[in-house]
Design a protein around this ligand. Sequence first.
Ligand code: ATP
Length: 317
Amino acid sequence: MDVVTIGETMALFTPNEEGMLRHAHSFSMKFGGAESNVAIGLSRLGHRSRWISRLGEDEFGDAMQSFIRGEGVDVSYVTRDQTAPTGVFFKEFRRLNDTRVYYYRKDSAASKMSAEWLQDDSVSDAEYLHITGITPGLSVSCREMLEKAISIAKGNGTKIVFDPNLRLKIWKDEEEARYFLKKYASESDIVLPGISEAEFLFGACSPEEYVEKFHALGIETVIMKLGKEGALVSSQSVPLTKIPGFPVERVVDPVGAGDAFAAGVLSGLLDGLPLDEAVLRGNAMGAMVTMVNGDAEGLPNRSDLASFINGGLDDVT
Ligand code: ATP
């Protein structure tokens, strides 16, 4: 297996009109999950990815499992829970520049993932283990499950990639979030923070100082996402370098860019590219996803990606 990722995916309901959620009458349903987005992004590029999760024995669980399986992701370690539901969340376009999110995920099936539940062989055959800072915020048992996944990875030479993915609503308070995000970052080989996450963890600094602070946690490779500016990369093999982003004429939906970026970087590393070129691939994937509505819809296949990186020169008419 190239990449194994573990996390919750929820049914996402987006109202078809703007205004307070209480007045919304019709919704579109999609799926929202950082880890499954990364697995789908990798699969579309021809890599072998596995998504590990727990779903309710319900309609949303059925739909999600079929959809993610249909993307070519290995879902053979996804289990179904008879007593806990698949998580659900709603978006609200309350007014201009005020988009809110409401989670119905407490005690969801995914929050019941635990160390006893995680099977050793679901992680041990992976080249990379991708985890995010969302999963440890779901429950204490999810934290224990991550500890086990990390220990299996370390015992099998699997590299650990951590995306902080700060979601303040799932934590008791900021202090708890900060503690666990730093803890999981420090246990990883590669971290993929954004600027706002770095600021949350370390206070106001320059991007270069943030990179140093992550290295000081013992992390070998730090890749900082800088939005449209691209990314900063620094590791033992590559001195601090800025890899410029790809120009995007019109951002349609920025959500999911970080997951696409992670998939792009991992894809590059799996293909044996040098780190800076892998980050360039991440930048291209992130940019492509901002141009399409939805988190996963804009994730490209190989030829789309090559065409985008080459400025559309490979376009087939
Ligand atoms: P997310 O909203 O998915 O959590 P993030 O905050 O983790 O995103 P971003 O920095 O927004 O991550 O985006 C990840 C990468 O996607 C960037 O490093 C960049 O390569 C690309 N990207 C994001 N926004 C743009 C943009 N407007 N133009 C070009 N590239 C972009």
